[in-house]
Design a protein around this ligand. Sequence first.
Ligand code: PLP
Length: 374
Amino acid sequence: MTGLIEPLPAGPLPAGVGAVLVVDTGAIIANWNLLRARHPGGAVAGVVKANAYGLGATIVAPALHGAGCRHFFTAHLTEALAIRALVPGAMIAVLNGLSPDAASVFAAYDITPVLGSLSEIAAWGAAARQLGRKLPALLHIDTGMARLGLDAAELARLAGAPELLAGIDLRFVMTHLVASERPEDPLNALQRARFATACAMLPAAPRSLANSSGIFLGAEFISDLARAGAALYGINPMPGEKNPMRPVARLQARVIQVREIAAHAPVGYDATWRAARPSRIATVALGYADGWPFRLSGQGAAIFDGAPVPLVGRVSMDLTTYDVTDHPAIQAESWLEVIGPNLPPERIAEQAGTTPYEILTSLGARIVRLARAA
Ligand SMILES: *Cc1c(COP(=O)(O)O)cnc(C)c1O
């Protein structure tokens, strides 16, 4: 299996696997510790929505929990239930809020909803009365994102009727920054000020403000709980500056076949690429059905033994082709690195015209995820 970067975790790979995503849990923990050092006086939660940004929530959540992380965020209730038993005692908060049919499930499994409207507050308060005990919740205030959270009118109504929160144990009041990747954007300070005003109108409770990039905006953005996703997984929280985070994800795809083609022969759908010389083409088991972007067609390169290997032709559903004419060591059963320390998600995203968040969260279910504790 030439090109497969050692050491892989113990145990053989599943037979016939096409692509392997090696997740460096030691790097995730190092990144969490770095974020904690940058967020003194407040905790740092692990945001593990979307299967921990594609890396595998059942790998990431227990690793962070083992390091001492006691706050987790998912987007969906189903995602919270999937990790409930893996992070005993920890808060698991659901960012998308309390759907009307779900209150009893939240309560039964000790999942904490992020309440984002007066109707959600009413539903959770009613559930608390029915159960005869206080129920934990976060309260989401909209300070500029206009997606979820109480708007100014709802906030004013709640401030005038704090009894609406009866039965609710308010763990954190939170808001979400719109432009934290751009420190110069005046929206950051505006949202911080609006958030401070909102908190002053509400019963005293701990606060949660920064996401990954927000942690790097300075001391005014430190709160009781930061909510970090991207930076934990190695994505640069300060685009344009040197990435302070350690790389976490390494995606390797298996070469299924290598073939010789004549000069001028086309490769792939619609014959978008033709060999300029007699060539060797390697076909790997990774395609857009695995979340490998179609937009990479004809662009970029994989890495083999430290050297770039150009991608040629169209990315297809299950396969991608590379020109390995200059890499005689690449054979069937070789492994090409397509994301990794030398090919960060940021680079792939730039080539595919998207964000590194989308590159990682798109990685599909056929990819085998393996934890590697560095
Ligand atoms: C996704 C999300 C986060 C995490 O953001 P990162 O930029 O990945 O750190 C934090 N808060 C909310 C409300 C989110 O939706």
